[in-house]
Design a protein around this ligand. Structure first.
Ligand code: NAD
Ligand code: TDX
Length: 342
């Protein structure tokens, strides 16, 4: 089999990290390069089981540093780029939008330019369903690939901007690209600022769980392992220039998610604390993934199976998340929330 070089950006984060592990294990004849700046969201301890494998490499770099990126691309001549690196937390984009513009927009443009210069075989850009804006609560409506982009937060606006740049590099320069737009991921190594790992870690520590507004906003939950399989398929089989939506068929209100976690862990619902709503809080996301299903993808995880596996993972891997919530994260949490008992 032909040896390939694959650059994964943001491979020290949640989804990129799972994807790096999936690819290193599945394709021993591919060299997987994990490029990451190691911001607050990136950590390499998650890779202790693969870090000594012969087909795994780590590069510490900033995707917005064009000199470093061009030099690296010219040296390594990557075949494929799978681009996850981003500022990814909506709440942080409300308080610090500037870094979202730099990393998500400028960083993507720098990577596209470098990919164009070395003629990569494929550039897969990992985007989000949030670029489509929000749906109302009518359960028969879904985001399709044709839904207009109407991002509502600085985060989703920066992701939509990067999607448009990816499209433009395909239309203008013929760069072979795909864009994937997925729903909310969950699973191992999910950073505990996001709803599911925040709830699991706080419930395990008997701390209050902040639920925004009335808790009735709906998200569609996609297990990260199903997402990795989807990206693998798009990387190898996606038609150039196409967008693929990735969704889990698992819509839940936030309060249902929180109550499920509390019940599974045998704790009291008194831990729930309704707090001030997020500004511009999108009501509902839901995906029509039929285009990707036609390419050959089906999710394996129901929400019930996935959340049980995820809770088990957090119970068995306290070494990972306890080190994270004991550091700088404490300052973030205090700034973000005004709960009585934290
Ligand atoms: P994450 O925040 O867990 O990880 C992001 C990674 O990018 C971190 O390792 C960080 O160090 C790295 N990074 C940040 N800025 C960088 C820079 N300038 N240069 C190099 N590396 C940098 O994010 P995630 O949840 O794994 O999301 C990955 C991608 O998937 C993002 O593009 C996000 O928009 C998209 N996405 C995420 C979800 C989700 O539910 N988490 C859903 C839809 C789409
Ligand atoms: O403390 C909280 N309380 C709460 O009620 C947090 C952190 C969140 N929420 C709500 C807000 C959302 O309706 O839970 C829902 C999920 O919130 P997040 O985990 O912050 O995810 P979301 O804003 O939906 O965005 C996620 O999915 C799409 C990822 O963070 C994005 O990167 C991705 O693009």
């Amino acid at each position: 089999m032909t040896r390939k070089k694959i650059l994964v950006t943001g491979g020290a984060g949640f989804i990129g990290g799972n994807f790096v592990q999936y690819m290193v294990n599945k394709y021993p004849h591919y060299d997987i390069y994990n490029l990451d700046l190691l911001t607050y969201a990136g950590d390499l301890t998650k890779h202790r089981e693969i870090e000594n494998k012969e087909n795994y490499y780590f590069v510490n770099a900033d995707i917005a540093d064009s000199d470093a990126i061009i030099t690296l691309f010219k040296k390594e001549k990557f075949d494929y780029v799978v681009h996850f690196a981003a500022e990814s937390h909506v709440d942080r984009s409300i308080t610090e939008p500037e870094i979202f513009v730099r990393t998500n927009i400028l960083g993507t443009q720098v990577l596209l330019d470098a990919a164009k210069q070395i003629n990569v075989t494929k550039f897969v850009h990992i985007s989000t369903d949030e670029v489509y804006g929000e749906l109302d609560f009518d359960p028969t409506t879904f985001f399709t690939e044709e839904t207009p982009l109407q991002p509502n937060s600085p985060y989703s606006a920066s992701k939509a901007s990067s999607d448009l740049l990816v499209r433009a590099y395909h239309e203008t320069f013929g760069l072979p690209v795909n864009i994937t737009r997925c729903s909310n991921n969950y699973g191992p190594f999910h950073f505990p600022e996001k709803l599911i790992p925040l709830t699991i870690s706080r419930v395990l520590n008997e701390e209050k769980v902040p639920v925004y507004g009335d808790g009735k906003n709906i998200r569609d939950w996609l297990h990260v392992f199903d997402h990795c399989a989807a990206i693998d398929l798009v990387l190898h089989k996606g038609a150039n220039g196409e967008v693929y939506n990735v969704g889990g068929h698992n819509e839940r209100t936030n309060i249902e998610v929180v109550k499920t976690i509390i019940k599974t862990l045998g704790k009291s619902e008194e831990l729930i604390e309704f707090v001030t709503d997020r500004l511009g809080h999108d009501k509902r996301y839901a995906i029509d993934p039929s285009k990707l299903e036609r390419l050959g993808w089906q999710p394996i995880y129901t929400f019930e199976k996935g959340i049980a596996q995820t809770i088990d993972w957090y119970l068995n891997n306290k070494w990972w998340w306890e080190q994270i919530i004991s550091g700088e994260y404490q300052n973030y949490f205090k700034k973000q929330y005004t709960l009585e008992n934290h």
